[in-house]
Design a protein around this ligand. Structure first.
Ligand code: ADP
Ligand code: MG
Length: 628
């Protein structure tokens, strides 16, 4: 019998492994930079030529290797990171398979110079297409420099697969952006064809990393995530509704420092956000989950970024809570801010200057120090309150103190106004508030313990009606719900054919809004009840306006309007209007209702309900803080 089973020689095995792990220049960079991070480097420099097709060099100041290790690391399954299968469950490094270096060296001209700080001389190794060419002593700095030339020269199929230099460069830039977010203390630099593409100095402050990746303006529009339980923690930043994107491109999630995709995490994030906001845009997020390694499935393919957890439910609720808390405690209430200089001198201590060549260049901000030129920044550009009370950080990127995070299980409890007239907004940034009056019959003016609030009466009422209608049958709605008022004399209402169809389709939504309609044949309906809130404001006209808008919308969409949209339209039509005078009682009642809402900060479309001018900001404006 002829022998048909063969053992693959190492070099063939390496090349096959390379086919799986090394797809393109950026995957080489990923493996090398991850090794540098595992080696404890605090400074990592990546140099590419032709997007990495001609040359890739990664230089680090990590622990380096002695000669024996340097030779060994080029063998298959040589790793310093695990010793036995048991270790697999406690992996805290980015690599552990011992495959990357031999794989890369099997499909390129590979050059390594490495030296631990304790050693006198460096070791230099050359490998070409997997064949060890030379090992010798050399001069070199502490750390490791690996140079890859002619990637895929001996694997023509892969070679053909490479894209333009620009595309390959973009891949590496994206990769470095993710690494900057995950390893904000480490300095990264990227040079392409001799030009510096990215230079990030490293900072203990993760906001500096966010600014480097998404721009300083993004940092201003983001609030910190902060959730800790016994088995895991969630940190990072999520954007307010004022900063969203059309795609998920600015959403990055990490587990123990590793960039991942997780359905569980994405769902948890989306659901928390969607409970507070409608719309099809995506918030910007950098979310870091820290979890015991043994609860993460490590047995996934090295290039796959999908991750699984042994307790998906815990992860889901942690992410959900983190996002929800962040939005409710700080994310959704814009604060009025007097604009000031954003120059480097006024950056908070410990914030390294940021220098980004490609990507989001920062437009210089002018200092608006003179009284006459200062301006109030409105919601879209409002800045988070800064926290240290010195005023010296005016215009600083974000709070230097973390906003207070309150963990409330479920919704905050509703309390009627106390004797001093304060309404409790427990669990929210507001704390509690008291109505002072009404401005232009449009805005309710209120005060909290540390701020004056302007509340848009129409949007506030819209939110209250919307949540009450959406809740429909819940217990809360029985207490706070939309009260339908039976008409003593039921009215018949006539609709055109197209509108009648909408009425028939969305009768339950209308009913939730308090309009009780019964079909009476053809386009005729009997109106038996109307919402009490609009009973004396011409309810039939309001009903017609709602139906007209629903008809227009469904024509535009060529689909019936969803239940929620119908309710949003109804709440808009039924809410008090700008220009409606309100009594103190009515305003207090409205804000008491608002305090009971799941989200008292934005209308269903994300427009802000309240604007805060903090006492601190006022004091600054009145020059009460400062040298005098
Ligand atoms: P893995 O990272 O899975 O262990 P690699 O093939 O990527 O496998 O690397 C093999 C070994 O080489 C690592 O375990 C590490 O000990 C060593 N090594 C690789 N790169 C560096 C570096 N930049 N600095 C120090 N040691 C390194
Ligand atoms: Mg590795």
């Amino acid at each position: 019998m002829p022998q048909i089973v063969n053992l693959l020689d190492d070099s063939t095995a390496n090349r096959i492994a390379a086919g799986e792990v090394i797809e393109r220049p950026s995957s080489v960079v990923k493996e090398l930079v991850e090794n540098s991070l595992d080696a404890g480097a605090t400074r990592i420099e990546v140099e590419l030529e032709e997007g990495g097709k001609r040359r890739i060099r990664v230089r680090d100041n990590g622990c380096g290797m002695v000669r024996e290790d340097a030779v060994l690391c080029l063998q298959r399954h040589a790793t310093s990171k695990i010793r036995s299968a048991d270790d697999l469950f406690a992996i805290r490094t980015l690599g552990f398979r011992g495959e990357a270096l031999p794989s890369i060296a099997s499909v390129s001209d590979f050059h390594l110079v490495t030296k631990p700080a304790e050693e006198e001389t460096a070791t230099e190794i050359r490998v070409s297409g997997g064949e060890m060419v030379r090992v010798e002593d050399a001069a070199g700095p502490d750390g490791t420099t690996i140079t890859i030339e002619n990637l895929f020269f001996n694997t023509p199929a892969r070679l053909k697969f490479m894209k333009t230099a620009q595309t390959e460069l973009n891949q590496t830039t994206d990769l470095l952006h993710r690494l900057i977010l995950a390893y904000h203390q480490v300095a990264f630099r990227l040079v392409h064809d001799g030009y510096e593409v990215l230079s990030y100095p490293g900072s203990h402050d993760p906001r500096v990393a966010v600014a480097a990746v998404w721009g300083r303006d993004a940092v201003r529009e983001m609030v910190p995530l902060n959730y800790v339980s016994t088995s895991l923690s969630v940190t990072g930043f999520v954007s307010k509704p004022s900063l969203t994107r059309a795609t998920r491109s600015a959403q990055a999630m990490f587990v123990n420092g590793r960039f991942v995709r997780s359905r569980t995490m994405t769902h948890a994030f989306d659901s928390a956000f969607k409970q507070l906001m409608t719309g099809d845009r995506f918030p910007v997020v950098a979310l870091f989950l820290s979890i015991a390694p043994e609860l993460v499935d490590v047995n996934v393919h090295p290039t796959k970024i999908e991750v699984r957890f042994s307790r998906e439910g815990d992860v889901y609720s942690a992410v959900h809570q983190a996002v929800r808390n962040a939005m409710l405690t700080g994310g959704l209430m814009p604060e009025v801010r007097v604009e000031a200089s954003l120059s480097a001198e006024t950056a908070p201590a410990g914030t390294a200057p940021i220098d980004i060549v490609r990507g989001s260049a920062l437009p210089p901000k002018t200092a608006l120090s003179s009284f006459g030129r200062s301006e109030v920044m409105l919601p879209t550009t409002a800045v988070v309150e800064s926290g240290d009370g010195t005023g010296a950080d005016a215009g600083a990127m974000v709070p230097t103190g973390q906003p207070e995070i309150v963990f409330s299980e479920g919704d905050p409890s509703v309390r009627p106004p106390s004797d001093d007239g304060y309404i409790g907004f427990d669990g929210y940034r507001i704390g509690r508030l008291r109505v002072i009056g009404q401005s232009r019959n449009t805005y309710i003016v209120a005060e909290t313990e540390d701020a004056i609030l302007l509340i848009d009466q129409h949007i506030a009422h819209e939110r209250v009606l919307y949540e009450q209608m959406m809740n429909g049958a819940t217990e809360q709605a029985a207490r706070w719900g939309v009260v339908a008022q039976r008409l003593v004399l039921p009215q018949t209402v006539e609709f055109a054919a197209r509108e009648a169809k909408i009425v028939a389709e969305r009768r339950s939504a209308l009913e939730r809004a308090g309009f009780l309609l019964e079909p009476f044949g053809g386009g005729t309906f009997v109106l038996r009840a109307v919402p009490a809130a609009v009973a004396d404001r011409g309810p039939e006209n309001i009903l017609r306006e709602i139906i007209e808008e629903m008809t227009a919308e469904s024509v535009a969409r060529r689909l019936p309007v969803p239940q929620e949209t119908a309710i949003i339209m109804a709440s808009c039509k039924m809410a008090v209007k700008k220009g409606d005078p309100l009594t103190m009682e009515e305003m207090t009642r409205l804000l008491t209702d608002l305090a009971a809402m799941r989200n008292p900060f934005t209308c269903p479309h994300g427009r802000p309900i309240l604007l805060a001018l903090t006492h601190r900001e006022m004091d600054r404006k009145f020059h009460r803080i400062g040298p005098h």
